[in-house]
Ligand binder design. Structure first.
Ligand code: ATP
Ligand code: MG
Length: 408
């Protein structure tokens, strides 16, 4: 779990602000849910045999012996809130987004932490493939706007309860013939969660399953048509993508369209965003039978990809250096008035030497400095120095806010 400090936080704020702007244009509103939910919510939605539920959740009993869990992901809490607040009665289509910390007990490494942050979006109430394409277009645009180009969009279809069971059985039979070549994890889960084997990072498992049957070749007519239409819309919108028939997602609730934004810049942590359709989820959690689709972006991975390209921290517009007790009091008033008017202003609070004050002005990268001494107080004006080009101009102290507002 990491602290996010000044100097880095500006990049986070940029990533969040851009998400609000882009998602806003697509008609999404923000939703905030608690960081803690009943454990049962995640077991029922994410699935008992997934990595998250099997080994990654921070679960504890509260003082009334309720089993609670720090949310490992954002979709289930949003669904819980959607159902509880009957949001479908307000609008047949809900477009929601969220940002916030998620918690998974994983082995920490680059791009993988125990508290991490996601920016996610969900659409409830639309089955049409247009919304799949919209969600992907929004994700694509977001990456453009934050200036991350080195990602590619991979899409797949995981079928539905109609066509997946037969495929699943075929995959189990296929895996059974190659059991001795699979890792222990896959040996254990090939019956309960065979699709996960296709996602295993162990080289032996990859080799053993190169020619495994793909869900894409076993889609029912409805799923096949849906996937074809999604691809058609993506082409029409000129969104670049590749079909990856081996992509499965680590959560049980996905059906039909699934997708990942992947990069080769982060080693084995190659997914920066992921999502898909979850048409049965709301109903399975006790809500109305509404289709849904969404994604989550890993913010830490975005920050890593931005690398040295940090967003510059805000600097003071003005630093007021003051000489003597009277000038310090006046500087304090001037500074306070500017701050109240929304101007980032600073001074030295400790009565240091002029040299020390100017050092601090430089360190803070102040755009302008103003030196205030006895003479300036008497005259009611002082020299305003532009630190970038060292030019000076005389300003009346009463005019300071106006002059700064028009100064570049
Ligand atoms: P991975 O295969 O990397 O474990 P995942 O399938 O578990 O990812 P999702 O549950 O789909 O990930 O979460 C969506 C995104 O959240 C991921 O693509 C990733 O960018 C980010 N993410 C997931 N787990 C972590 C983590 N422990 N630390 C940082 N980011 C994470
Ligand atoms: Mg994971």
């Amino acid at each position: 779990m990491n602290d996010i400090l000044p100097g880095e936080i500006e990049t986070w704020q940029f990533l969040e602000t851009t998400a609000r702007q882009v998602f806003g244009a697509y008609g999404f509103s923000e939703i905030r849910t608690p960081a803690v939910e009943k454990t049962e919510l995640f077991c029922r939605s994410i699935g008992e045999t997934t990595d998250i539920v099997e080994k990654e959740m921070y679960t504890f009993d509260d003082k009334s012996s309720n089993s609670l869990t720090l949310r490992p992901e954002g979709t289930a809490p949003v669904m819980r809130s959607f159902i509880q607040n009957k949001l479908h009665t307000l609008d047949p289509v809900s477009k929601l987004y969220y940002t916030g910390p998620m918690f998974r007990y994983e082995r920490p490494q680059k791009g993988r932490y125990r508290q991490f942050h996601q920016i996610g979006a969900e659409v409830l109430g639309v089955e049409d493939a247009k919304i799949d394409a919209q969600v992907l277009a929004m994700l694509h645009q977001y990456f453009q706007e934050i200036g991350i180009q080195s990602v590619s969009l991979q899409v797949n279809s995981l079928g539905c309860p109609e066509c997946r069971p037969a495929y699943r059985q075929q995959l189990i039979d296929y895996l059974e013939e190659r059991l001795d070549r699979l890792c222990d994890d896959c040996k254990r889960r090939y019956q309960t969660n065979p699709l996960r084997v296709l996602d295993c990072k162990v080289a032996g498992c990859k080799e053993a399953t190169v020619d495994a049957p793909a869900m894409l070749e076993h889609l029912c007519n409805g799923c096949d048509e849906h996937f074809t239409t999604v691809k058609r819309h993506l082409n029409a919108l000129e969104i670049p993508f590749a079909v990856n028939s081996r992509m499965v997602r680590g959560l049980d609730y996905y059906v039909r369209t699934t997708f990942e934004m992947v990069t080769d810049q982060l080693g084995s942590q190659n997914a920066v965003a992921a999502g898909g359709r979850y048409d049965g989820l709301v109903e399975s959690l006790g809500g109305p039978a509404l289709p849904g689709i969404g994604f989550a972006i890993g913010v830490e991975r975005l920050v890593l990809m931005k690398g040295d390209e940090k967003v510059a921290p805000e600097v003071p517009k003005l630093f007021i250096a003051a000489l003597g007790a009277k000038a310090q009091d006046e500087a304090f008033l001037l500074m306070s008035r500017l701050q109240a008017a929304g101007v980032r202003a600073e001074m030295d609070y400790q009565g240091k030497s002029l040299k020390a004050q100017m050092r601090r002005a430089n360190k803070l990268n102040a755009e302008y400095t103003l030196i205030l001494g006895e003479d300036e107080l008497n005259a009611g004006c002082a020299q305003l120095k532009n630190m970038a080009d060292s030019s000076q101009q005389e300003v009346a102290l009463t005019q300071l806010a106006e002059v700064l507002a028009t100064a570049g």
